[in-house]
Design a protein around this ligand. Structure first.
Ligand code: R5P
Length: 291
């Protein structure tokens, strides 16, 4: 198996190649034409071999690079192409909210899988997105990676900032054998949220080290409000852990100012990238496609 890392996921791709027993790893040559269009070329002898392409699609440019990479790998005569999209962009528009809108997640699934034999991604925004793929598609979770890290840290209580994250926080709680609860979240607009303890009151956080578990940190509004609330309720330390750390604009600094530690996986490059999903992705590849 060869592993090719796109520009959005070079480091993770290299980690996946190591997890696959030091599979040959390469990065494509790329440059921009004077009109701005992307040129790329993959190296190595790929003919008749299985190839893993790793590329998160955070930006439209990342997506375009992925589509070109898939075509290049097919042209190079790969036997099978496995496309790993650690952070799958456009997944939030997973249904038509208003007439005239696309189901963006579905549109992306159909294009990304076009030249792929299978697609692997990590913590999609909603489970139904996996159903939009017509080819085999697998979803790894960021929870085992964050769990391997948090096992080494002081953790008393795990908290989801909203009810939508209950399954995720419960899974982490089982892994670490710690109690958990979920806050009540009301979204005011895309950047502002209101958070409150659940009607049951949750668990006493006084003097405790609590860890917020979320799938994605975008503007940071959710984590900042949650950390403020928990500190006001007497938490001794508040940390935040997420699978996908987008940290738009000054989100990282704003969260840093109100938390004790920030953890993210390596689905996207960011300053909190401390846990790797490489073993979990390699495990899926080895389990499903070792022959
Ligand atoms: C919500 O459904 C998600 O789990 C995250 O809590 C949310 O997307 C985070 O966004 P932000 O960082 O902008 O508050």
């Amino acid at each position: 198996m060869h592993v090719i890392g796109g520009t959005a996921s070079t480091a993770l791709a290299e980690r996946i190649s190591r997890e696959l027993g030091n599979a040959p790893f390469g990065i494509p040559f790329s440059k921009r034409f004077s009109d701005g269009e992307l040129y790329l070329r993959v190296g190595g002898r790929l003919e008749g071999d299985d190839v893993v392409i790793v590329q998160s699609t955070r930006t439209d440019q990342d997506l375009l690079e992925l589509l070109l990479l898939e075509d290049a790998v097919r042209e190079a005569g790969a036997r099978r192409t496995f496309v790993v999209v650690p952070y799958f962009g456009y997944a939030r528009q997973d249904r038509r909210f208003f007439p005239g809108e696309p189901v963006s997640a579905r549109a992306l699934c159909r294009h990304v899988e076009l030249d792929a034999d299978a697609v692997i991604t990590v913590d999609l925004h909603s489970a139904q997105t996996l159903g939009h793929f017509r080819k085999p598609a697998f979803e790894a979770s960021g929870i085992p990676a964050l769990g391997r890290l948090l096992r080494e840290r002081p953790v008393d209580i795990l908290i989801s900032p909203d009810k939508g994250g209950v399954d995720r926080v419960r899974r982490m709680a089982q892994l670490l054998d710690r109690p958990w609860f979920a806050l009540d979240k009301r979204r005011i607009d895309s950047e502002h949220v209101e958070l409150a303890l659940p009607a049951s009151g949750g668990l006493p956080v006084d003097g405790k080290h609590v860890v917020l578990i979320d799938d994605v940190i975008t503007t940071g509004g959710t984590i900042v409000e949650a950390a403020r609330l928990l500190k006001k309720k007497g938490a001794g330390a508040v940390s935040a852990a997420c699978t996908h750390g987008l940290f738009l604009r000054d989100a990282f600094e704003r969260i840093k100012a109100v938390t004790d530690e920030i953890y993210s996986t390596d689905t996207l490059g960011n300053p909190a990238e401390k846990a790797s999903v490489a073993p979990d992705i390699a495990q899926i590849l080895a389990r499903e496609y070792s022959s």
